[in-house]
Design a protein around this ligand. Structure first.
Ligand code: AMP
Ligand code: GLY
Length: 412
């Protein structure tokens, strides 16, 4: 099969790395891809990720059998619909179903209609009402802007003053839609679920992300500063409960309401005293969760996608080892940062996945906020963590920072 991966980040690097190992894949293309993928895929950097017309033209001309879309933007903008209209199979939901990620309001409403456990919420579509609301709500309160925000559209306000600042920041014209949510306490985890309409198969391996920029979950929210799997202290009981109360009901709900989902549904959940509750849904693999999960996956990803398409039984298989990924990000990220500084000291054989590097004069230089993920493997989380930080220490650059505590919650 000819397979096309859309996207240019570390998640897409891991996807191409994994798909390249599949005997079902005869030719692998990446648009736009990145320079770290050139040995595993035919990379077409000249085509932009948002140039849907060019992507569709390429897919038709190259007789692509399957397109696998990594990032949320092309999904919420309807790239799937355009490819499918020309008979190309796509792993990734259409525009209507991708709203589950693209609109917080859509996600909250469908969960409410189907009693899927999540934080209580209120939608407020103008600044005046928001100002009145924050005078009488309970704190902390969570504010989420409707629409995509690369993991950075969420503000947790501890008190009225912080909420006031958040309202001033989120309401620019005064007419924006913001979801106000009860703050939930507990440990977060990420569960990837393969979904084809009413058929849903969660990974039987949970991952945990580290959203905040700095150690001990301090600093601003980011796209993710590190991840590991499995998560030994979030056991089978929670996984089964998440499947029964969240994964199956949301797939059924979307199917029933006319938004059937096809692809991987990311369930971002939190373990509360009342059980797992949804923090967010994403319409795609997590980044950097994909890098550690696909490193641990022993079975054939492409076979799973084909089986999902045919609603056949899916049995994911996993290595016994644990995997810990530590993100090296540009100093300044998630705020502004410099581009163009060189980074060296890494290999491309599965120990590192590249998000924000490009080749210039035969040297890798920074071109993104999140830059490279070092993935350690070991017989338990502690040894995988040690290996990950060994890999981090061999990277040469003055312009990167990373967290020192990735996976610590699993090492007590
Ligand atoms: P989101 O983009 O919705 O995943 O939110 C980003 C991060 O904000 C999450 O990973 C949580 O750490 C935090 N967060 C979001 N919603 C809540 C909530 N209702 N209660 C507590 N923390 C939350
Ligand atoms: N790592 C979180 C995300 O991909 O949204």
């Amino acid at each position: 099969m000819k397979v096309l991966v859309i996207g240019s980040g570390g998640r897409e690097h891991a996807l191409t790395f994994k798909l390249n190992q599949s005997s079902l894949v005869s030719h692998l293309y990446a648009i736009p891809g990145n320079d770290a993928m050139v040995n595993i895929a035919e990379v077409h950097k000249e085509i932009a990720e948002n140039d849907h017309a060019a992507i569709v033209e390429f897919a038709v001309a190259h007789k692509i059998d399957w397109a696998i879309i990594g990032p949320e933007q092309p999904l919420t903008e309807g790239l799937t619909d355009k490819l499918q209209a020309l008979g190309i199979k796509v792993f990734g939901p259409n525009k209507a179903a991708a709203q589950i990620e693209g609109s917080k309001s859509f996600a909250k409403q469908i969960m409410e209609r189907h009693n899927i456990p999540t934080a209580d919420y209120k939608e407020i579509n103008n600044k005046d009402d928001a100002l009145s609301y924050i005078e009488q709500c309970d704190y902390p309160i969570v504010l989420k802007k409707d629409g995509l925000a690369a993991g950075k559209g969420v503000i947790i306000a501890q008190n009225y003053d912080e909420a006031l600042e958040a309202v001033n920041e989120l309401y620019i014209s005064g007419k924006e839609l913001v979801v106000f949510e009860t703050f939930l306490e507990g440990e977060e985890f990420s569960l990837m679920t393969f979904v084809n309409g009413d058929y849903a198969v969660p990974f039987d391996c949970i991952a945990q992300d580290h959203k905040r920029a700095f150690d001990n979950d301090k600093g601003p929210n980011t796209g993710g500063m590190g991840a590991y799997c499995p998560v030994p202290h979030i056991g089978e009981g929670i996984l089964n409960q998440t499947n029964e109360t969240i994964a199956q009901p949301i797939a059924q709900a979307m199917h029933k309401e006319g938004y059937p989902f096809f692809g991987v549904l990311y369930i971002g959940a939190i373990v509360t005293k009342e059980g797992p509750k949804v923090i967010e849904f994403n319409a795609r693999f997590g980044d950097p969760e994909a890098q550690v999960l696909l490193s641990r996956m022993d079975s054939d990803l492409m076979q799973h996608i084909v089986d999902l398409d045919n609603k056949k039984p899916i049995q994911f298989e996993w290595k016994d080892d644990s995997f810990v990924g530590v993100m090296l990000a540009s100093k300044g990220y998630p705020g502004s940062y410099e581009k163009g500084e060189s980074v060296s000291g890494f290999t491309l054989d599965g120990d590192y996945f590249v998000s924000g590097l490009t080749l210039k004069d035969n040297q890798y230089v920074i071109n993104g906020g999140r830059v490279i993920l070092a993935v350690g493997q070991g017989e338990n989380i502690a040894s995988a963590k040690q290996q990950a930080y060994n890999l981090v220490s061999s990277i040469k650059s003055d312009n990167l920072f990373y967290r020192n505590d990735i996976s610590n919650k699993a090492i007590k």
